[in-house]
Unconditional design. Sequence first.
Length: 477
Amino acid sequence: MNLAGPAFRTCACALAATLALSACSTMPRERPEPPPLASVWQDAPAGAAMPVTDWWHEFNDPALDALVADALVRGPSVELAVLRLREARAVSQTTVTRYLPELTATGQGQYTRLVDGQSATLTQREQMSGSYGVQVGWEVPLFARLEAAVRGARANTSSAVADVRAAQVALAADVARAYVDLRAAQQSRVAIARSIETADELARILAISAEAGLTAEADAADARRLAESTRARLPGLVIETRRAENVLAALRGVAPGTEDEAVRASLAETAPVPHPQLASAPAAPADLVRLRPDVARAEAQALLGASNLANARADLLPQLNLSGSVTTTEAIIGDPLGVGATIASATPVISIPLFDWGRRFAAIRQRDAQFEQLLLQYRQTVVEAVGEASNALVALDQGRLRLDSAQIAETAAETTARGSRAAYEAGIQSLTDRLRSEQQLIDASLTRIDAEAQLARAAISTYRAFGGGPALETEAR
């Protein structure tokens, strides 16, 4: 065989042209880019960066740790996100493999029976043959169609991965917030119960004094109003406690009322409101881009839009499909014609769009507009993420100041109450004045409990704003 012949040169030129066309990319040059961001947070405290992953351990509450761990294993929202990730991976694999050659095995048989009744002797002849082989089909990915498919598949999978992480972040934050609401309601119920006892005692004393003519009836009535107003706050706290318990159950995929006895006992036991001692921001604004799941998803969606635009552009260009087959025929009975032969064939098909360019150009304009929207949405997502994180840092900083003031006020109220008790025991202060000082101490405790809950919620919002969540374990799941 003369390798320098015309046939070989033609094949070589065709192969070179195919490789050249395969290298021509239709991917857009634009990429999702964040807008200019500040170098530091305006309201961030100074110090070392606080952890973003497994942040709930900073609350130093074993019950909270157990609830979050249970929710991340059994939570329906995370399970659904993981299943969608599996679906996205399967779709991505299907998208890429469409440009790989397809090989199909074939087999068939043919049976004939000839009966000759024209002669004096009836004769019969039987023939049977079988053929088998393979068929090959391949759409050659010209104009970087394979590149667009691979990038789109990766973007689709990355978007699903970001959804899983977003579900984990949201679930951990929701469990922690419900737990803080539960503990705050329990602590408030204890303080309100003490306040009711004090208010009832004060109202009883003033009622006796009013009957004796030592106190005005209006003062006694006002004391009773204060006692009943305090008692009216108790049902709301009972409702809040039950609501938080039901939320914790639902987030973990447990029907309310069917909790394990150990979990029910742990939640029923009154415990302090957990709040971490935070001293710094997790990251600079520029680092937020790689921490937030919604930003990662917006970036993946933009890259997927770029892949769709590239596919629409490639639809304007020629397509090359190669098909071929190899078939062997064997005799089984008799000696049919054509047996013992092996036939090989190859057919290249080039298709070029001619009269539907209007539809194809319209598809390109549609994909281009969608791609521009996704780029804009990515930038807007970054801006909103920075704004949310900044608001969370402000709330965190002010929450710390609020708690400091509430603790100082409670300490002062405790000092006043101790002095009032000593004065009452010494006989230089009335029981009414002593009860009023006790009521002031209870009010200061309620304010401190509310400040602790506010700081804890602000910390949870800060971790959530910075994409705080557990490490992805989708493969194990």
